[in-house]
Design a binder for this molecule. Structure first.
Ligand code: 2AM
Length: 204
């Protein structure tokens, strides 16, 4: 009926999602402060690109996309079942996606460790068990530095050469996060919806 107020469903977390409304989610690891400072110094030197706001530098574990309230609550709850030791991050070199043609993303590479691989696998299992479609793309751990549009590769080559030997870390990370992302003309606003500890399993 026109004009009838829409009842907001409000969860224990106070989030109001109207039935039928969706929320855009992803899971990520935030960079430790020192790494963030160091990486943010890489965010310059190529004209015309959109650098990531230093506060938003993160390692995406799994992009989830738009989900409804019910799936959001299930994902949020099920992620708490993950048992993983802390993850040690070593950041290494810079690169661009895709490998040929005009680059769309500049990134910093992350050393692939057993703990990171296992955490990613568990997150993926939780997503599928929660009702999400399985991810078909291979996990390639990276931190996006910039997004590019209509920038020729020749403008990026000197930047990649200059920072090829970049290294930062190792640094230990003791949590991973469930983020929501609100897209707007000004860019995306990220909000931490839940955090999950990464802790060594205590012997019985
Ligand atoms: P990336 O920058 O590490 O590639 C939050 O939006 C994060 O989710 C982004 O930083 C991006 O990770 C990833 N992401 C956003 N949109 C995506 C999409 N359509 N497919 C896959 N990953 C996406």
């Amino acid at each position: 009926m026109v004009g009838q107020p829409v009842r907001q469903e409000t969860g224990a977390d106070g989030l109001a999602l109207v039935p039928g409304e969706t929320i855009r989610l992803f899971t990520a690891i935030d960079l430790p402060e020192e790494a963030k400072r160091s990486v943010s110094r890489l965010c310059r030197g190529v004209p015309g690109v959109r650098w990531v706001n230093p506060d938003q530098l993160h390692l995406t574990l799994r992009f989830i996309g738009e989900v409804d309230r019910r799936l959001f609550e299930r994902i949020k709850m099920n992620l708490a079942d993950i048992v993983s030791p802390p993850v040690t991050l070593t950041l290494q070199s810079v690169g661009s996606f895709p490998v040929s043609g005009p680059p769309r993303v500049l990134w910093v590479g992350i050393e692939r460790t057993e703990a990171l691989g296992s955490l990613h696998t568990q997150v993926e299992q939780v997503m599928v068990a929660s009702g999400c479609d399985a991810e078909t793309r291979r996990f390639s751990p990276h931190i996006t530095l910039a997004r590019l549009k209509d920038i020729p590769r020749s403008l990026v080559v000197p930047y990649l050469a200059e920072h090829a030997s970049f290294i930062e870390g190792p640094a230990e990370v003791r949590e991973f996060l469930l983020y929501s992302s609100l897209l707007s003309r000004q860019g995306s606003r990220h909000t931490v919806e839940a955090s999950y500890p990464l802790a060594a399993v205590e012997a019985p």
